[in-house]
Design a binder for this molecule. Structure first.
Ligand SMILES: NC(=O)c1ccc[n+]([C@@H]2O[C@H](COP(=O)([O-])OP(=O)(O)OC[C@H]3O[C@@H](n4cnc5c(N)ncnc54)[C@H](O)[C@@H]3O)[C@@H](O)[C@H]2O)c1
Length: 356
């Protein structure tokens, strides 16, 4: 039973934190969110309406030891869900110190503060599919290999895929991480830090690697995250959605509801995953398919392939969710068509939709 227990959620006022909040208040006796209401996500820097009423919000920065020293003695969490992060993949190359500070030092500040004030039983970390980079591909002879990051020179003549090979699903049990962005390197560092620290001190560490999360509640003002929201903002004003590469880039778009149930399961399950768990929708889609669904919803023109390449984008990414099913008893419930409908319905209810 978790009813007499306390959960502390860093970054708990963000997209995933808000979606998770109702489930947490139903499962834990006390829920505290520690969040600095980062202006890139929280345009008005006020408590989000989507954060469940029962959640105590503490406004503070995870990189600040004094914040932890104030919060931990009065909260004493049994479980910590560590969501707070800088999340802009493209942005992370130009602002690597910010990413290093929040994602890496923010995590070590949390670890040190927990050491000072009392250890929780479990920490859940939301890592990212970004840690895999291009992931593993299989050659015709069956051998797995890890292709290097694609460069503009490689794709100049439209050879988007790695020749004579097929991509394989991301599955932490068989595919090793190979980050190709600063963001990804900081997320993998979070995993390593918590794993070695938790093993040494006897704190259970549950790591979930999330694919592309989307859906109602995602910040519409943050230009660095949320490709489906961006597509919707183009299509709703009748613009043509541009598709990079050949439009056949594969992604695993997982609806926020499915992510919330996976994180909740990771926080409350009896079993603790020994390896990171991959969380996705259970299938991949091409970016072209996702864009077409959104264009159809709005009656916008069909998406157009531009042949452009964005440095740092990986070609294909999708999860094998078998391990998450087995360990957490969790399963994704929503397909992309339903998720897109819910996302677009929600966007149309928003008072302020910024132009794309
Ligand atoms: N959304 C996705 O597609 C996705 C995919 C993979 C992994 N993740 C991971 O999930 C976690 C949550 O993502 P999200 O989509 O909810 O992001 P989000 O940006 O909506 O939420 C992050 C929250 O953290 C807060 N925050 C940022 N810096 C902070 C700091 N220094 N101190 C305290 N709070 C801080 C922000 O104010 C925000 O409320 C992140 O760790 C992210 O790396 C998200």
């Amino acid at each position: 039973m978790t009813q007499n227990r306390t959960v502390l959620v860093t970054g708990g006022a963000g997209f995933i934190g808000c979606a998770l909040s109702a489930g947490l208040t139903a499962s834990f006796g006390r829920v505290v969110a520690l969040d600095n209401l980062h202006p890139q996500i929280h345009a008005h820097r006020t408590r989000p309406a989507a954060l469940a009423d029962g959640v105590e919000l503490v406004v503070g920065d995870v990189t600040d030891a004094a914040v932890w020293d104030e919060v931990l003695p009065r909260v004493r969490p049994d479980v910590v869900i560590h969501l707070a992060a800088e999340t802009g993949t493209g942005q992370s190359l130009a602002e690597s110190t910010r990413h290093g500070m929040v994602n890496v030092v923010g995590t070590t500040q949390m670890m040190d503060a927990l050491n000072r004030h009392g250890l929780p039983g479990r920490i859940v970390l939301t890592s990212s599919r970004a840690v895999y980079g291009e992931g593993a591909w299989r050659r015709a002879d069956g051998v797995l290999f890890y292709p290097p990051q694609r460069t503009a020179a490689m794709v100049a003549d439209g050879a988007w895929d790695f020749p004579d090979a097929e991509p394989v699903a991301m599955d932490a049990r068989v595919v090793s991480p190979a980050p190709v962005s600063v963001y990804a390197a900081t997320k993998l560092t979070q995993e390593h830090l918590l794993r070695v620290w938790g093993n040494a001190l006897g704190v259970e560490i549950a790591i979930v690697r999330l694919q592309n999360v989307y859906g109602p509640g995602q910040s519409l003002s943050n230009p660095y995250t949320g490709i489906l929201s961006l597509f919707a903002r183009l299509a709703r004003v009748g613009k043509t959605i541009p598709l990079y590469e050949d439009g056949a880039v594969r992604r695993d778009f997982v609806l926020i509801d499915d992510v919330a149930s996976a994180v909740l399961a990771a926080a409350t399950s009896d079993a603790v995953p020994a390896t990171p768990l991959d969380i996705g929708s259970g299938e991949f889609q091409t970016i072209g398919t996702a864009a077409s669904l959104i264009a159809e919803y709005y009656g916008a023109p069909a998406p157009q392939v531009t042949g452009k390449f964005r440095e740092g984008d990986v070609r294909h990414a999708w999860a094998d969710v078998t391990a998450a099913r087995e360990v957490l008893g969790w399963a994704p419930r929503y397909n992309l068509a339903e998720g897109v409908r819910r996302l677009c319905d929600w966007i149309e209810q928003q008072p302020d939709v910024p132009p794309a």
